[in-house]
Design a protein around this ligand. Structure first.
Ligand SMILES: [Zn+2]
Length: 348
């Protein structure tokens, strides 16, 4: 069955992957087989395509891309009790070792043994079907579309970040970066109770999208960020700063708009060591949190989308057919400033 394969850095193809078909011929007793419907293109998929690696994860062999997915259950293992064929679902892409020390402590996302779709050497799911554990597969409420469900994976990062920040009602927040992760973080911070959120980015079209999401979001260019936040808060600053650019330059300034006693959450990946203004952190007694993906977040995300507490639809800016996958990745790799999330729909 045809899959979108990253053959090596810079080279994609749509082709059969017989080893995947063989590996998934048998269904584990607690697994479900899923027909994929919608898959979001993530910055990490694009980065593997353009650079062939992310930090220590190197693409040394052909790998199927994609990890933000929704679909329909078509077959259940013998011991599956909570799902049935025909159920519409989305899937959490990282599978830890359930017996690992980290999993037993509830921190399954930082289990060193976690296997995560489209992180070498694990294949992703830009292919017609996959098998997945029941425990990491979530049934969709009737009013949640496949497209929204494929946004749950990135939204989970924002929900995890807001949880780590311990948002209090009425907090002011800053989100640095208006990419998909920055925008889901802004939505999560507002849903968690923030009074207002400043979102900064170099790309003006992205700031316009950010501003369109909520009257409580104020777009601002990075150069004006600290001054604007301080001016609007009587010089106090924002209680929360979320760093979602992954840019060392942006990260170097995270404490400038931060209020005394505030919290910085580092979200953007930093493959290399970066500068950190320890003095600015000290005089604020800043709390700094780091997140790695998410844990226990998918059901919360689905509940919030279903209830209308969070609307991810404005973030989906383009949809491609599976046969157009190569073109979709070329466009994504050009980083179009007016796009947030691009998705690929598989034939049903
Ligand atoms: Zn992703």
């Amino acid at each position: 069955m045809e899959a979108l394969v990253l053959e090596r850095q810079g080279e994609l193809s749509l082709r059969d992957m017989p080893e995947i078909d063989r590996a998934e011929e048998t269904l584990g007793p607690r697994d479900v087989r899923i027909r994929l419907h919608t898959v979001g293109i993530c910055g990490s998929d694009v980065h593997y395509y353009t650079h062939g690696r992310i930090g220590p994860f190197v693409v040394n062999a052909p790998m199927i891309l994609g990890h933000e997915a929704s679909g329909t259950v078509i077959e259940c293992g013998a011991e599956v009790t909570t799902l049935a064929p025909g159920d519409r679902v989305c899937m959490e892409p990282g599978i830890p070792d359930p017996n690992s020390r980290a999993s037993r402590m509830g921190m399954y996302n930082i289990d060193p043994a976690v296997r995560f779709w489209a992180t070498p050497p694990v294949h992703g799911i830009l292919r017609p079907t996959c098998t997945h554990p029941e425990a990491f597969t979530f049934r969709l409420p009737d009013n949640v579309s496949f497209a929204e469900a494929a946004m749950v994976e990135p939204l989970a990062v924002g929900i995890h970040a807001a949880t780590k920040a311990r948002v209090k009602p009425g907090d002011n927040a800053v989100v640095m970066g208006a990419g998909p992760i920055g925008l889901v973080t802004a939505l999560s911070a507002l849903a968690a109770g923030c009074a207002r959120v400043w979102v900064s980015d170099l790309a003006q079209p992205k700031l316009e999208i950010a501003a369109s999401l909520s009257a409580a979001i104020t777009p601002v260019s990075p150069g004006d960020l600290a001054a604007q936040v301080l001016a609007a808060t009587d010089g106090w600053g924002a209680e929360l700063v979320f760093e979602a650019t992954g840019s060392p330059h942006a990260a170097a300034g995270v404490f400038q708009p931060l209020a005394p006693g505030g919290c910085v959450v580092m979200i953007g990946g930093q493959p290399d060591p970066i500068a950190y203004d320890a003095g600015a952190a000290m005089v604020r007694e800043a709390r700094v949190e780091n997140i790695f993906r998410y844990a226990h977040a998918f059901p919360r995300c689905l509940n919030m989308i279903a209830s209308g507490a969070i609307d991810v639809k404005p973030l989906i800016t383009r949809t491609f057919g599976f046969e157009d996958s190569l073109r979709a990745f070329q466009i994504a790799a050009s980083a179009p400033p007016a796009d947030v999330k691009m998705q690929i729909e598989l034939p049903q």
